[in-house]
Design a protein around this ligand. Sequence first.
Ligand SMILES: [Fe+2]
Length: 379
Amino acid sequence: MPHPILQETVTRFDPPKHHYALLYASGGELIAHQNGNFVLTDDADDSVIWDLSGDTLTHVLGNTEMRVSNDRVNVTIDNQKVAGRLAHGPELLPSEYLNHIREHGWCCMTSILDPDLLEAMEKVGCTDRYAKREMDRGQSMLLQSPAIAQTAAEPVSLWVTRRYLGLDDVCIGHPPGLAIVDKDDGKRPVLAWHSDYPYHWGVPARGKVPPGTGATCLGLQRNVCISPFTKEDGATAFKLGSHRLDQPPPEEWGTAMQHSRPGYREEHGLPYGGPDADIVEAPGGSIILYDSRTWHRTGVNQSGKRRSAMLQAMIPMYILPKNDTTRAWKQMAESDVYNELTDREKREFERLMVHRFIGPGGRFAITGDSDLGRDSELS
Ligand SMILES: [Fe+2]
């Protein structure tokens, strides 16, 4: 059967002309300005956002101004001098992204990743500027470069995720890695319409969430675009706003369950790709957050340029992770690349990867690792 022409409606985000700035202290903590005082924090709400004009740094919520010299400023926190390093920040305020996802069920944080970090992600995945590089398949990407954990610890998307899910205790449901979509060969099965973990609607999986979960959201998907996301290069297709329906995608669109059957594509063609579906086009380094109930499917790469992304199922801690992330965290914590993380990145990565619950005698990591499972507290 011939391929239908993919006719999704495109919502396009161009590279921003202006970015706000963040200020990092030596441990990677963010320097915020709250109630007239400088403070160190891991929470990237609007109080950590600065605007640079020439060599003047202005806080977005007040009239605080500072002179910047060589991308550095000095502030006083609790009577101590603290050096702040200026860094790439978001295009919009964290609260603007939060308002957007609360209203629409998704938001695009355009080009939010630091450009050097984006390049490191291209390098580890051997795509884009590093497309000719040979991939190291001998060990986990997490151990090859600190970039994977640094990207997972991106502070603004974490803050929005925590506020949207309604609690600070948010985890990643699986060890993070890269999802690379190669050119479509016209035959291979595609990951057709579904909702993400833990809902797993449309997916051939057991233990799905029953439809109709209402106001409590059980998962938020965080897709970091490493390659530019375009229709031709295989950007994810969505039905934006479908989280509100709180039910699985329709079978007539072609679900992941249907398309997982041998020979299904040959007989029925590609899943739905008409104008009622949406493509969010965004530059590399953008993060697309969406309510995990949102119907979506993998894009069909027609260009042949390998499309790289880091997809993370973000879950509240009361949801069981898809697999044991704690072992991957422990391997990473014992590796050389761990030492390249800042203290804040180490803290965030551990919070995301090690699932601890209160039990008799302390908090225990849920893991098959006997060392970690026994410990009441880790580092
Ligand atoms: Fe998905």
